[in-house]
Design a protein. Structure first.
Length: 306
């Protein structure tokens, strides 16, 4: 009963862990809104697209391949605009940026939902550990390149995780971003999620319009395709206990949809949310100096990509 009562309890927002994306958008008319979402073709991304279009929004849906993005569009409706964007490939991101620009639409929200998790072996792209490069650097390049398309009251929502607390002892191991001097699948994942959180924190201080916002969210523990890199015992155990200890996809998508759309958050900026309520992050997650350093270091990485 203890766990069930916690998951059913609502916070100050009136929502809680059991709230779904449909619930937080009940009564909303998003017919004049346009949202960009990465990782749209399955799991939380697909549910986010479904609910936003259900409420009338147009969604620019980015997936690793055009085939996957178009597959989602076929499953949805004519409000979905499919675009290919492989977040570990700068050229693919640049092509996606140009495609979004060519639509000439103001973006009411950008939801950085895509990600990879806990790669069992070290993998690198362009000399960087792949989770850091995909989850953080790819999104940094995409989002910052499209800030001029963000509507005057537009919102950026970064999908972080409570896993940001499992990062390396330094918070971000700037001297080992390649992973070559020691690699941990979970610490590297935690580091990338800390980067997502810190990016939102610092972006909030740099947005060109005071009515724009950038926030980060923890969706909860959900049995999605991200679990494919976990060992078989953990995957089987996760499926066995998911009705009790894990959220459904509908519940997992609720927080990012809430932060992207809810009127009550129009002036909330640089915060971290979980279960559709503001949550305190780790000490690293609220470290402004660390966030500023990460921004500077990432700018160096993407310099010359445009």
């Amino acid at each position: 009963m203890g766990f069930l009562s916690r998951i059913q309890r609502h916070g100050p927002s009136g929502y809680g862990a059991s709230t779904t994306a449909e619930t937080v958008t009940e009564g909303l008319d998003l017919s004049n809104k346009t949202y960009l979402i990465t990782g749209c073709n399955s799991g939380l991304g697909e549910e986010t697209v479904r609910v936003l279009t259900l409420r009338g929004a147009r969604v620019i849906a980015l997936a690793r391949t055009l085939e996957k993005a178009e597959g989602l569009a076929h499953r949805m409706n004519d409000k979905v605009v499919p675009i290919a964007c492989e977040l570990s490939e700068p050229k693919s991101i640049k092509i996606a940026i140009d495609a979004v620009r060519n639509l000439n639409l103001p973006l009411d929200g950008m939801i950085a939902n895509a990600g990879i998790m806990a790669l069992p072996q070290l993998k690198k792209k362009y000399h960087f550990e792949l989770q850091f490069f995909t989850n953080h650097v790819g999104h940094f390049y995409l989002v910052t390149s499209l800030l001029d398309k963000l509507a005057s009251n537009g919102r950026v929502v970064m999908l972080s995780s409570s896993a940001h607390e499992m990062t390396y002892p330094e918070g971000i191991n700037f001297t080992n971003l390649s992973g070559e001097n020691g690699y941990s699948s979970w610490k590297s994942y935690g580091q990338s999620k800390l980067c997502n959180l810190l990016f939102a924190r610092h972006l909030a201080t740099r947005l060109p319009d005071s009515s724009q916002s950038a926030n980060a969210v923890h969706p909860g523990v959900i049995a999605t395709s991200l679990m494919r890199n976990m060992n078989s015992f953990v995957r089987i155990a996760g499926r066995a206990v998911s009705p009790i200890f894990m959220k459904t996809v509908a519940q997992g998508a609720a927080t990012q949809v809430y932060v992207a759309t809810h009127a009550s958050l129009s002036r909330i900026n640089g915060r971290y949310f979980s279960d559709c309520n503001e949550k305190k992050s780790s000490r690293y997650g609220s470290d402004s100096a660390l966030a500023a350093r990460l921004w500077d270091e990432t700018e160096k990485i993407v310099k010359g990509w445009c």
